[in-house]
Ligand binder design. Structure first.
Ligand code: ANZ
Ligand code: ZN
Length: 816
């Protein structure tokens, strides 16, 4: 029998919460627990990933609220960006109307899920009252010297007609993250934020972020990619032999000292070739004169290729340690934007150099060995470990560390150097749907910042064109220079939307402020975010940019904190038959249907029950049904309790049940704190079954059962809030369960532990009796073992004619 009508109940309670404003946190509240789910991109509909993400944060926020904390749990919309622009074009509308309609739908779906947000703090990044602060921050960054305009090779998606950040280019095939089109390279003037100036701090502070998963920290470390090493110069000039062959007698060209970066200066005696990246200025100069080199650079070179490839040149380089002349190549495994764009080739000790030298027939010499009398054979493979130097003149016998240090001092051009993989953050996008970069280009004055009082620079009306619609907005584009008044034009690039999301968590603190992006005093008190939950796909970009922007803001004395997120949870995926749900695979389970058919509580319960937050899990209809049935059973139990009359005293059994209630509460507290709701739910469901048996086996509708049921309802309330409100009022609870006091164990923890152990021991005894007495009805075994108050066990055992065993056990006083 269905016990309740979920649709009616859910709507009724959603309205009641709304009317009572229970999720609003006033500005005066101090030191709240800040619980945040990564705000959604406004794609049109909530998907199961959102349901999972926001149920985790909502359950935690509700738990904290019941536990007596002030809770800040806001929601907003990441609503600028290419997908909305493309969707609008597809639907023959404009990005603004499309986005705003998506927001309305998604907000309604969130309300339908019962997520308890403080909607008075809602923020929408595509609204001028938000993006003006992107512009304001850009201007401040520029004043701080953290903005640069540079011509740069950029990733260009020919289909989206936009620049992509490195992070938006995916896989070895270099495909656009949005449309899977192969990405091309182009040179354009771009705006950059100098995140590299914060590379060291961003890296070092990871060590203290112990509330973050270690894999995310490691991904950020790798992304920043700090390497200690040395730069050293090689003299490069045209080889003597080539003068005759090319007929250019007497004009042997000198290219001067060319710098390389190495992490292994200890291997310098083993350098047998020198290599330039195809984009190195010398390689470009050579390509202009030499067809083979031009052909290689333009047609053959493939930096992503598995096999290193290259082309010989007429140049030689002089090894500064040995004075030896070595051949110079242009090679594709040397990257233009890494180090200096040139490298010293040590095939004996570097695997790529080894592969290259083998194909080019270059010498391979061992200069580092495990020990002096164990020189490795490097003809087949490089020896890549540190060790002891050999074949290295005066340096023979030194270990690698010491050799590096001494060589750094001894070689005149050598200098200690640190290199990073991290590049500055290119924020220019040649698209419409983003924050206009607040710059005016003047022929006289150059790029001029739009004065603060002229912010926001609002987007003009959308027009459909092939390129950037802002370029076509003539009236908008032509303005006067704020400095000299001459005719000038606006910057038509918009900002990467990662700018919007790199500080939105600060805006929630004071979302309506109109003279600053956020209130400093309030942010000092309310920040950092205590629990941040979102997808692992944001491990690098969003989380690194947010850390960077927070540090800059802090350096501008606008915030005390230097890290935005203390605790991070990266939630796993909701799969269907082991596959990611996706529109293209047509295997999407719609949250809307689940809510209609089973209710939001069931959807929430199932997603929290299925696995701990970090793990992927499979969506199954059976799982959903069993969550639904559990809630129906619980409702039934409360109903029959509420209808029954009160009798019965605390007895031995009641004491056991009381202990179980306490034990469940103790475990649930820990599990809620660590967001492992599945553990708490398992315990709570077990307690629910125990209470059901307790009611059947004895007939005490007394205080123990009442406490038990109230506890279950409270423990479930963060996860299945609507039905729990209903049951709470049936049990005669006061006010909302969402505002009720979170349960604490009544007995002291040490006693509880002892009691638990006793129970476990008793269970062992009972199992023993069962096995000896040969009880084989599985249902009875379950009852006996799971409800081990002793006399029941004895009764059942006695029934099975095992008197003598029981007698013995009783004599030994093992059971009593
Ligand atoms: C000599 C050497 C000997 C190196 C050796 C390594 C091992 P990893 O390899 O990740 O530690 N390098 C320098 N500039 C480069 C560029 N523009 N493109 C590609 N590779 C470049 O990174 C450091 C090493 O990368 C450097 O140390 C250099 O090769 C190479 F047994 O120098 B090494
Ligand atoms: Zn001017």
């Amino acid at each position: 029998r269905r016990q309740f009508d979920h649709t009616e109940i859910e709507h009724r309670w959603q309205e009641a919460w709304d009317d009572a404003d229970v999720f609003h946190i006033p500005d005066e509240a101090t030191d709240p627990t800040y619980v945040l789910g990564m705000f959604p991109y406004t794609s049109g509909q909530l998907h199961m990933g959102h349901v999972r993400n926001y149920t985790i944060t909502d359950a935690y926020a509700r738990y904290k609220r019941m536990d007596g904390e002030n809770v800040l749990h806001p929601m907003g919309w990441d609503s600028f960006g290419l997908p909305a622009e493309n969707a609008a074009i597809e639907r023959d509308t404009n990005p603004r109307d499309w986005t705003l309609s998506c927001i309305d739908t998604m907000r309604e779906q969130m309300e339908g899920m019962g997520f308890g947000y403080d909607w008075e703090r809602e923020i929408t990044t595509c609204q001028p009252d938000y993006y003006r602060w992107n512009q304001w921050l850009f201007t401040r960054f520029r004043e701080e010297g953290l903005v640069e305009r540079e011509a740069a090779e950029i990733n260009w998606c020919p289909s989206c007609e936009t620049v992509l950040a490195d992070e938006q280019v995916e896989g070895d095939a270099e495909l656009c993250w949005r449309c899977d089109t192969p990405v091309e390279q182009r040179e354009l003037d771009q705006w950059f934020l100098k995140i590299t100036e914060y590379a060291d701090e961003l890296l070092d502070d990871l060590d203290d972020l112990d509330g973050w998963p270690s894999n995310v920290r490691q991904m950020q470390r790798n992304w920043i990619g700090r390497q200690h090493g040395a730069t050293v110069e090689f003299e490069v000039s045209e080889a003597a032999a080539s003068e005759t062959s090319s007929g250019k007698q007497g004009e042997s060209r000198d290219y001067g000292p060319v710098e390389v970066f190495t992490t292994r200066l200890d291997t310098i005696f083993g350098v047998t070739f020198f290599a330039l990246a195809p984009g190195h200025p010398i390689a470009e100069e050579l390509a202009a004169e030499d067809d083979d080199i031009a052909h290689f650079v333009e047609e053959v070179a493939d930096p992503e290729g598995d096999e290193p490839q290259g082309v010989p040149t007429d140049l030689t380089a002089t090894n500064p340690a040995t004075g030896e002349e070595i051949p110079v190549f242009v090679a594709d495994f040397v990257l233009s934007d890494v180090g200096t764009g040139a490298l010293m080739g040590v095939p004996g000790h570097d695997s790529r150099d080894h592969a290259f030298a083998t194909s080019m027939d270059v010498d391979i010499v061992p200069v580092v060995a495990p020990s002096e009398d164990d020189v490795p054979d490097v003809s087949e493979a490089a020896y890549t470990e540190d060790g002891v130097l050999v074949n290295s003149g005066d340096y023979d016998g030194l270990d690698s560390d010491e050799a590096r240090e001494r060589l750094e001092g001894a070689i005149e051009s050598a200098a200690h150097d640190v290199q990073y993989r991290l590049r500055d953050w290119g924020i220019s996008r040649q698209r419409y749907w983003g924050t206009p970069i607040p710059i005016i280009h003047c022929e006289e004055c150059g790029p001029v910042s739009v004065p603060d009082e002229d912010l926001p620079v609002e987007l003009p009306e959308f027009v459909r064109t092939t390129g950037n619609p802002l370029d076509a907005a003539d009236e908008w584009k032509h303005v006067n220079c704020p400095e000299c008044g001459a005719d000038a034009r606006r910057e038509t690039d918009t900002m990467d939307t990662f700018m919007d999301s790199s500080w939105y968590f600060l805006r929630y603190v004071s979302p309506h402020l109109d003279d600053a992006p956020f209130d400093t005093e309030q942010a000092d008190d309310w920040m950092p975010v205590d629990r941040y939950v979102g997808g692992i796909e944001h491990a690098v970009m969003h989380l690194l940019y947010s850390r960077f922007v927070t540090k800059v803001i802090s350096d501008m004395d606008m915030l005390d904190h230097r890290e935005p997120f203390t605790n991070l949870v990266t939630q796993g995926m909701v799969l269907l038959d082991g596959d990611k749900m996706s529109k293209s695979k047509g295997n999407v389970v719609s949250p809307q249907r689940i809510v209609e058919e089973y209710g939001a509580d069931t959807a929430r319960l199932f997603t929290m029950q299925a696995a701990q937050p970090e793990k992927d899990f499979d969506w199954t209809e059976e799982g959903v049904k069993s969550s639904y049935e559990f809630l129906q059973r619980l409702a039934g139990a409360v109903e029959s309790f509420a209808e029954s009359t009160f009798d019965g005293d605390r007895d031995e059994i009641a004491e056991y049940v009381e202990r179980e209630i306490d034990a469940t509460v103790a475990i649930a507290n820990d599990e809620f704190e660590s967001l492992t709701f599945n553990g708490a739910l398992r315990e709570t469901q077990e307690l629910t079954s125990l209470l059901a048996r307790y009611r059947e086996e004895t007939s005490p509708h007394g205080p123990t059962l009442e406490r038990g049921l109230r506890t279950v309802v409270k423990l479930l309330a963060p996860v299945t809030p609507h039905i729990c409100e209903e049951l709470w009022s049936e049990l005669g609870g006061e006010g909302f369960v969402v505002e009720a006091e979170w349960p604490e164990p009544e007995s002291d923890p040490a006693e509880l532990e002892l009691a638990r152990q006793l129970v476990e021991n008793t269970q062992e005894d009972v199992r023993h009796i069962i096995s000896v007495a040969d009880i084989d009805d599985p249902e009875r075994i379950d009852i006996v073992v799971a409800a081990p108050w002793q006399f029941r066990a004895l009764d059942l055992a006695r029934e099975s004619d095992a008197d003598n065993i029981i007698g013995e056990l009783m004599q030994e006083d093992e059971i009593r």
